[in-house]
Each structure stands twice: as structure tokens, then as C-alpha cells.
Design a protein around this ligand. Structure first.
Ligand SMILES: NC(=O)c1ccc[n+]([C@@H]2O[C@H](COP(=O)([O-])OP(=O)(O)OC[C@H]3O[C@@H](n4cnc5c(N)ncnc54)[C@H](O)[C@@H]3O)[C@@H](O)[C@H]2O)c1
Length: 554
């Protein structure tokens, strides 16, 4: 039986508009507002370094209890969460929408669907991947049994951005807890408000299965709080955010040699070959570019389209982009594109587009800041062509609703252009020839490639997620990410203890005998020589050393 939990949902409406003079961000306060209509939702306290260290301490205590809990109970916790999420999708999406500005459909995809997939994968397969795994003992240790055991790390620290207020919390949470750890998670100062509701879901689920209430600690705050989490004694840090802050996190983590996973920015290439099915590729491209208004780490930002289909692709994409309805995600009218969550991001996108236009790029649609009916933070869905490597937008992450389409003449050129980028997170290749798409994909410098689709690697939750180059290193999600929440301990023991064990022969016991060195050389030749003759020679040396070995008498 799966216990049901009940949780109150934040309302946060009716507080008027955000007033920058009255609702100031200070070291100890975080004003929260809906970026789609600038409605003020309330002010949250920001944790200082001492508060963060206290949260880590509490989590450490809780982890000592939780690490002993059997997988059955860890699965029950996930089932409680899954049941609640399925039954409260609308509430979860509404809170994420209000905090980040994304439309409800985008929240259903990016916040809820992927979280449910992750939880169901963990329930189904998690234990299997954390069971001790047998390994071959090798040549000389033939009489041993060797295995890797996956033990909880203790306390996992996660620092996450604002773009997926729900999923960014539940993604590290579910894997960390399933692996037997406690979690201290710092949410973004730009999406703190919804974490109150999400925190209550977590607390209620922990209580429902009798888990320690301090097992999950949510940190609110700014860089100071993030830094305190990195340096405060957690056993591993999972950082998800920008490349610049990722570098600072790695530096801070070096103080205590705390291991870090860095999931950083992206600027995914989306390659369309001339034999691609455009009726499939174009709608997928539009989602890749405009879902959550482009505020996706693995968002398609560079569309590299073969010259034979370039004109058709560009005109179809521009036509669809022109029709996108933009506005307050929770307003009266239906919308396809919402707001930009982070203050100043819409202006940064405008700066990149304007610079490109100034240098000769052409805007086919969009290309401007708009305030929207409700006065939110918006940048219009934009299609940009004529972009060259001399423009900042060629290499810098946009993280907004801008589709840059570039013509290329061959597969080689598409690969060269795709790899001419400091980032390497996701990628996509479209061709009717799967073999051709696979061969292009294999040459892309990226952590993930979807063939004839976009970002589907993340819906296959058995797969690792992560990048190369400035997109970071190591992986979360998948088997690799789950095992990354553990200490992979190597264990070796006698396979037939009643028959054979390691007894140091007398000539190797201290002080070693005169024939110790030839004896060890003989062993090496006997086990590792590449010919039977070499092995036999080694065996003879071993026997003769053994028989005639002069052991210094103690
Ligand atoms: N690769 C991924 O999985 C992934 C997923 C989502 C977003 N992102 C990236 O995140 C970026 C957008 O998010 P953002 O603007 O919130 O990123 P950000 O790097 O500014 O902030 C991320 C988090 O780090 C915290 N932080 C800031 N300074 C810190 C410091 N000195 N020490 C410790 N923590 C600190 C922030 O408070 C926030 O919680 C984009 O670059 C995007 O590509 C990556």
C-alpha cells in the first residue's frame, strides 16, 4: 500500500506588482515574482553561510540512519512521490510556471514528464545497478573473487539553476536518496518561491515512509550560500548552472578536495541533411528552439541545414515562429511561449541578436524585446539567418528564444561548424539514412546525440546526461549518474578459502631471501608471458627459486 500525502499549495497572488524600491533583494532576502506579469509573490529569507553549514550538519545525522534503510523502503518513498506527482500535475506545473514563466505544456513536458520517467526508472532498475557487481579477478588473482560495492556517499550537495524549478530539485533528490544519501540542495534565487511547495511535498513523503525529517535540506540564497555548500563538508557537489560559476565552484571544491559534477551551459547543434523528412524535422526543431522560451541547457541553438533544403527549412521555420503566441503563461489567453525567468536575460538576448544584425545577420521574425500585456520579461521568438563566426551569437550561449539557421554544403561542413563551439552538451542529426545520421553524430563533440529526434536521450533515463568542453564533465542521470551518488568500493576475497589463499612464500617474507627477485620475475613471466615458451620458462624459474631459494634465517 502506498501512503497518500496531502500538501498545501502556495497561492502567492494578490500581492500587487513587484516594486523594485519596496521589494529589494538584500543579502538576507529574496523577493519573488512571476516573470510573466511581474506580480509580487512574497519575500523569502536567504540563508547565510552559518545557516547552510547547520543544514549540512542536520543532513549528515539523517544520512547515518537512511544509509541503512533497505531498497524496499527507498522504493516506497519514490512511489509516494510518484503518486503525489501524478495526481497533482496541474498544481506542480502551475507553481513552476509562476516561478519561471513557462507555459503549462512546457512545464508538463520538462518538469513533470521527465521526473516521472526518472522515478519509474529508479523504481524498476535502480536496485539492480547498485547491487554489488562481480568483476573478473584477472590472471594472477585467479583464486580470488572480485567485486564493486556501491555504498552511499553520505551527504550530496546540489546547486541548481532556475530554469526547471521542480525537475531541478527532484532530479538530484530522487537519485541521491535512492542511493542512500541525504541531500542539501540550493535552489536558485530566481526560482525560490515554488520550492516552498516542493519542499512540503518532500517533507510529507519522508514522513509518510518514516524517513528522517532532516534527510533533505533546501537552501535558499545567493552565491554566499552556494559557496558555503561547496566548502561546508558535503561528500560530493553536483553543480548545474553557468560555465563561469561552474569554474568558481570547482575552485572552491578544491579546498577540501570535494568531488564535483559540473553540468554547465550548452549551445546544441541541430543538423538537417538534405534527405531529412522536413515534416518531422521542422516541428521538432521548433520545440528544440522555443520550448521554455529557449531556456534549456540542452536547447537547440544552432540549426545547420544542408543547402538543398535550406530555403524550405528556413521559410517553414519562420512561418511557424511568426504564429507563436507569447504572453503570461497563466493569463487569460493560451500561449506557446512564456517569459524569460531571470531579470536581465531578455536584454542579454537582445544584445546578442542586435550585435549580429549590426554585423550583417537578418532577422526573419521577432528580434525584439516586448513587454507583453501584463508587463512581463519577454523576448519575441526569433529566427536569425546570415550568422557568421565573427558574431558573438555564434559562440555564446543565448539561453533564449532564438533560432540561428546556418546553411552548409556537406556533412563534413556541418560537423566542422557544429564542433566550432566552446560548448558540447547535446546534439541532434536528421537524415532518412540512419547510418549517415549515426556517422555524423559520432563525429560531434557532444555528450549526447539524438538521431532523428531532439533531446530524447534525456527521456531514456538509463542514459547518462552531461557534456564535454565548456559544458562540463562527469554525468548525472542514468546508471553512471546513480552510481556517481556512491562510493564505488573495490572488494576482493578468496574464492575458495578452504583450498587456496595468499600465503607469502618464505623467500618473500621479510627479510627477503636472495632469490626473491628472480622468483618474482619468474612469476611475472609465468603469468604474463605472451608465449607458452615464456610461461614455461617462468614456471621453471619459480620452481628452481623455490627449491634452491636461500632464505636468510631470522
Ligand atoms: N548542463 C545542465 O544540465 C544545465 C541544466 C540547466 C541549466 N544549465 C545552465 O545554467 C545556466 C543558467 O542558470 P543560472 O543563470 O541560474 O546559472 P548560474 O550559474 O548563475 O547559477 C546557478 C546556481 O549557482 C548558484 N551560485 C551563483 N554563484 C555561486 C558561487 N560562487 N558558488 C556556488 N553557487 C553559486 C546560483 O545561486 C544558482 O543556484 C545556463 O548556462 C544553462 O545552460 C545547465
Amino acid at each position: 500500500r502506498i501512503p497518500r500525502i496531502s500538501v498545501t499549495v502556495e497561492q502567492g497572488q494578490g500581492n500587487g506588482k513587484l516594486d523594485p524600491k519596496q521589494h529589494k533583494a538584500t543579502k538576507s532576502t529574496i523577493p519573488c515574482y512571476d516573470p510573466g506579469n511581474m506580480a509580487y509573490m512574497g519575500t523569502m529569507p536567504a540563508d547565510n553561510a552559518d545557516a547552510v553549514r547547520e543544514k549540512i550538519r542536520k543532513a549528515q545525522k539523517a544520512s547515518e540512519v537512511w544509509r541503512e534503510v533497505p531498497f524496499r523502503k527507498r522504493r516506497l518513498l519514490l512511489k509516494v512521490l510518484q503518486q503525489y506527482i501524478i495526481e497533482h500535475q496541474a498544481e506542480i506545473c502551475r507553481e513552476a510556471s509562476r516561478d519561471s514563466g513557462k507555459p503549462m505544456v512546457d512545464a508538463a513536458f520538462g518538469e513533470v514528464m521527465v521526473t516521472c520517467e526518472k522515478i519509474s526508472w529508479l523504481i524498476r532498475e535502480g536496485q539492480q545497478w547498485l547491487k554489488p557487481e562481480k568483476r573478473s579477478p584477472g590472471v594472477m588473482m585467479f583464486y580470488k573473487s572480485a567485486r564493486v560495492e556501491y555504498h552511499p556517499l553520505g551527504v550530496v550537495g546540489a546547486i541548481v539553476p532556475w530554469n526547471y524549478p521542480f525537475h531541478n530539485v527532484f532530479n538530484p533528490l530522487t537519485a541521491a536518496l535512492f542511493a542512500g544519501n541525504a541531500l542539501v540542495i540550493k535552489v536558485s534565487e530566481h526560482a525560490s518561491w515554488s520550492s516552498q511547495y516542493y519542499g512540503r511535498i518532500i517533507s510529507a513523503a519522508l514522513a509518510a515512509v518514516g524517513a528522517p525529517p532532516d534527510l533533505v535540506q533546501i537552501v535558499h540564497g545567493y552565491a554566499e550560500a552556494g559557496n558555503a555548500l561547496v566548502t561546508g563538508g558535503v561528500n560530493k557537489v553536483i553543480f548545474v548552472g553557468s560555465t563561469g560559476v561552474g569554474k568558481a565552484v570547482m575552485q572552491a571544491a578544491a579546498t577540501n578536495l570535494t568531488p564535483v559534477v559540473l553540468e554547465l551551459g550548452g549551445k546544441d547543434a541541430f543538423i538537417v541533411c538534405e534527405d531529412a523528412d522536413l515534416s518531422q524535422a521542422v516541428p521538432t526543431a521548433m520545440r528544440g528552439a522555443f520550448q521554455s522560451c529557449g531556456q534549456n541547457c540542452a536547447g537547440a541553438e544552432r540549426f545547420l541545414v544542408h543547402s538543398a533544403v535550406y530555403d524550405r527549412f528556413v521559410s517553414s521555420a519562420a512561418e511557424v515562429a511568426k504564429q507563436l503566441r507569447q504572453g503570461h503563461a497563466l493569463g487569460q489567453k493560451p500561449v506557446d511561449c512564456g517569459a524569460m525567468c531571470m531579470p536581465g536575460l531578455a536584454e542579454k538576448v537582445a544584445e546578442l541578436v542586435d550585435e549580429a544584425v549590426h554585423k550583417g545577420a537578418q532577422v526573419l521574425t521577432g528580434g525584439k524585446l516586448i513587454s507583453g500585456e501584463a508587463g512581463g520579461q519577454f523576448y519575441a521568438p526569433t529566427v536569425l539567418v546570415g550568422v557568421t563566426p565573427s558574431m558573438r551569437i555564434w559562440k555564446e550561449e543565448v539561453f533564449g528564444p532564438v533560432m540561428v539557421i546556418v546553411k552548409c554544403g556537406s556533412d563534413d561542413e556541418a560537423v566542422r561548424l557544429a564542433n566550432d563551439c566552446p560548448f558540447g552538451l547535446g546534439s541532434a542529426v536528421f537524415s532518412r539514412s540512419a547510418a549517415r545520421a549515426r556517422s555524423i553524430g559520432a563525429r560531434l563533440e557532444a555528450g549526447m546525440t539524438s538521431i532523428n529526434d531532439f533531446a530524447t536521450t534525456y527521456m531514456c533515463q538509463s542514459l547518462p546526461f552531461g557534456g564535454v568542453k565548456e559544458s562540463g564533465f562527469d554525468r548525472f542521470a542514468g546508471i553512471e549518474g546513480l552510481r556517481g551518488m556512491c562510493i564505488a568500493k573495490a572488494v576482493c576475497e578468496d574464492r575458495f578459502p578452504w583450498l587456496m589463499r595468499t600465503d607469502i612464500p618464505p623467500l618473500l617474507q621479510y627479510p627477503v631471501g636472495d632469490s626473491a627477485f628472480p622468483f618474482v620475475c619468474g612469476l611475472i613471466s609465468m603469468f604474463y608471458g605472451l608465449s607458452a615458451r615464456e610461461n614455461l620458462r617462468g614456471l621453471c624459474t619459480v620452481i628452481s627459486c623455490f627449491v634452491s631459494g636461500k632464505k636468510v634465517t631470522r
